[in-house]
Design a protein around this ligand. Structure first.
Ligand SMILES: Cc1cc2nc3c(=O)[nH]c(=O)nc-3n(C[C@H](O)[C@H](O)[C@H](O)COP(=O)(O)OP(=O)(O)OC[C@H]3O[C@@H](n4cnc5c(N)ncnc54)[C@H](O)[C@@H]3O)c2cc1C
Ligand code: SF4
Length: 333
């Protein structure tokens, strides 16, 4: 059985207190929310904080009610569990793709503990990394932790571990914004700029910044869906996620975004796929063009489940299914 190393656990009651504790701990400190990603990682010695600072007692992160701050945006605290997020009436009504992606994460037990914030900051994953310390030691580790080489692409100077969050692609697709609070004050970043395409430095967030809440654009003439491919439908991480967003103008697509999860170190927007739909009626031909455009840059590597060329083929299939669902919903709206 893998054991947690010993560490000091703090439970701050305010953002200011949490930031102070993190400043005191320095690089030895890490934030934790539900712990469903961090604690398994600590057991495998991927992350080795000596001080763990819980964010779950901070009221701002627990805000469930969207507040209209004049922009029409809905705000939701990042401390909400995935279960809470999947059943919030306002979300099921206006942000169904977010609620659906949350409901597709793992198992009920993990959704009861795991939070929105932890999901959006989830560590990247790889077959050569998500292993015990002894397993990784047997292959002399890899550059993401303790080693020098990338076993997926040995001549590569970078790590290709994949973004495996189910909700992050949806946030990028619908144009969500994240509010971060750090020692220097607060800032709001578009979801698309929160992620780096790098398996090691996968977030643009500073280690001491706290993701406090997420702002979602007013549900105004747009629709979005999320489709997920995984081995076991009741449990697994995505090996492919497709988030599709359309701004409608009557029956015409005024604007569109297609974002892929599980194929790169960040939620990968494919602008060519969105452009293939713009100003078009969502016909079979338009859907085929967009699916083809998403298929081309989708380059899964040999670092997650399934055969990689099959995963690439599935991009075309899943984008088609997502757009067909959006078309069917529009027809009955
Ligand atoms: C068996 C198993 C299956 C899983 N399947 C899936 C899956 O299918 N899809 C999926 O998306 N995930 C999956 N997960 C991962 C995880 O359970 C979820 O992503 C969950 O939402 C993580 O949230 P958490 O609160 O537990 O994160 P934590 O473990 O608490 O934190 C994760 C990371 O985020 C940081 N963090 C957390 N909250 C904040 C914040 N507010 N501000 C700044 N940093 C923060 C932490 O420091 C840590 O680095 C799975 C995990 C397991 C163990
Ligand atoms: S992609 Fe390469 S460096 Fe990154 S975790 Fe996998 S083997 Fe390690």
């Amino acid at each position: 059985m893998l054991r947690l190393p010993s560490f000091t656990y703090h439970q701050p009651r305010s953002l200011a207190e949490a930031l102070r504790m993190k400043a005191d701990a320095g690089p030895d400190g890490m934030y934790v929310a539900g712990g469903t990603d961090l604690y398994p990682n600590m057991k495998r010695r991927h992350q080795e904080p000596r001080v763990v600072i819980s964010l779950m007692g901070i009221p701002e992160l627990q805000a469930t009610e969207g507040r209209n701050d004049g922009t029409g945006m809905t705000t939701v605290g990042t401390g909400l569990t995935l279960t809470q997020l999947s059943v919030l009436p306002s979300f099921r009504r206006s942000y169904e793709a977010v609620a659906h992606a949350a409901a597709l994460v793992s198992t009920p037990l993990l959704r009861n503990m795991g939070t929105l914030g932890g999901n959006l900051c989830l560590d990247t994953r790889c077959n050569y990394y998500n292993q015990s310390y002894e397993w990784r030691k047997a292959i002399d580790f890899c550059m993401k932790k303790d080693g020098a080489i990338c076993w997926v692409a040995p001549s590569s100077p970078r790590c290709w571990a994949v973004s495996s969050s189910d909700i992050a692609p949806v946030m990028v697709a619908i144009g969500g914004e994240y509010r971060l609070v750090g020692p220097g004050g607060e800032r709001v970043v578009p979801a698309g700029r929160f992620y780096h395409n790098d398996g090691i430095n996968y977030l643009t967030k500073q280690p001491d910044e706290i993701l406090v809440d997420v702002r979602l654009p007013a549900a105004d003439g747009w629709d979005a869906v999320y489709h997920k491919l995984r081995r076991r439908g009741s449990f697994d991480f995505p090996v492919l996620g497709v988030a599709a967003w359309i701004q409608w103008n009557g029956k015409t697509v005024a604007d569109a975004r297609i974002v892929l999860g599980g194929v790169a170190s960040w939620p990968q927007e494919v602008p060519e796929a969105g452009a293939a739909l713009k100003d078009a009626v969502l016909s079979d031909a338009a859907i085929e063009r967009a699916a083809e455009a998403a298929y081309r840059p989708s380059k899964p590597l040999d670092n997650t489940d399934f055969e990689l060329s099959w995963r690439k083929q599935m991009t075309r299939v899943y984008v088609t299914r997502a757009l067909e669902e959006l078309r069917a919903r529009r027809a009955t709206a």
